[in-house]
Design a protein around this ligand. Structure first.
Ligand code: SF4
Ligand code: SF4
Ligand code: SF4
Length: 275
């Protein structure tokens, strides 16, 4: 196994999966893919707007999730930029000059793109002008995991859908399976287009898919996701354990009406929005 691969496994915390052993922290971050999830039924049945109330599939530990307060992004448009920049810098995301090559982990989009099931013909002006951050939903029942033939994409026991880039064969089945369009493909060698390389995180290569990893490498060592940190005291993004009834995310969910993206698909996103 070459050094780059070992470095990646260390950073992404999947040494257990690869049979290498690893630190307790790393084990805690990822703890391998759940076979139950990897082999989950492909029959994602349609459900009406009930995903918010849906209990986690597996009670094996944490289920990390996020609450986004869209109103705060509206009041301070710089927050979106800060969150994007923090993610780019933390994860060596290339910045290609041409849009067709773009690699995106988190970005701002309009309300209608984000919540097509909530669209109305005549929306109030505030909602219409909302810019909403989107990134991987870390679905509780993730179709991308089922679609991946190599288990390069898998869900850990903490509910984080992550990737082993070295296992990715670039088939893009996961991209076709993700109903949110939250994955990007490296059509070109990304390395020359990384502005400043973070040596703590792996770079990718041409022919590999990538997406938001909920900052698994950071939360495993007790830090907050980079985008959450970038939003600072605004609390526009709050991250935590959805399985913990005393967590901040659960408190916010209890006190606010929130929506998820495309709940009718039954993927059960772990990202919730206050709009
Ligand atoms: S949002 Fe897409 S990429 Fe993320 S877990 Fe769900 S299906 Fe997979
Ligand atoms: S492109 Fe990579 S991550 Fe996606 S399904 Fe194929 S092997 Fe899995
Ligand atoms: S959680 Fe981490 S990987 Fe995901 S968008 Fe935020 S900074 Fe990027």
């Amino acid at each position: 196994m070459d050094k780059k691969r070992r470095d990646f496994l260390k950073v992404a915390g999947i040494s257990t999966l690869a049979g290498l052993g690893g630190t307790a922290v790393v084990d805690k971050i990822v703890a391998g893919a759940s076979p139950a999830v990897a082999n989950a039924s492909t029959a994602a049945h349609a459900e009406k707007d009930t995903a918010h109330a849906k209990a986690p599939v597996a009670a094996t530990g944490k289920r990390y999730g996020m609450v986004i307060d869209v109103r705060k992004f509206q009041n301070d448009p710089s927050l979106g930029e800060k969150a994007e920049r923090a993610c780019i810098e933390a994860h060596n995301i290339p910045e290609f000059p041409e849009k067709k090559d773009e690699i995106k982990w988190i970005w701002m989009t309009n309300y209608e793109n984000c919540f097509p099931e909530k669209s109305q013909l005549y929306k109030d002006e505030t909602t219409e002008s909302h810019q909403v951050p989107v990134f991987c939903n870390h679905c509780d029942d993730p179709p991308c995991v089922r679609a991946c033939p190599t288990k390069a994409t898998f869900k850990n026991k903490d509910g984080v859908v992550i990737m082993d880039f070295h296992r990715c064969i670039g088939c893009r089945f996961c991209m076709a399976a993700c109903p949110y369009g939250m994955r990007s493909f490296n059509w070109r060698n990304p390395r020359p287009f990384i502005k400043e390389t973070n040596k703590q995180f792996p770079t990718r290569m041409r022919g590999v898919v990538e997406k938001c990893n909920f900052c698994a490498e950071r939360i495993g060592v007790g830090e907050q996701p980079a985008c959450v940190e970038a939003c600072g005291e605004s609390k526009a993004m709050v991250f935590g354990d959805l399985n913990d009834p005393h967590s901040e995310v659960r408190k916010i969910l209890k006190e606010n009406y929130t929506i998820q993206r495309k709940p009718s698909l039954g993927t059960h996103p772990s990202v919730f929005y206050i709009v």
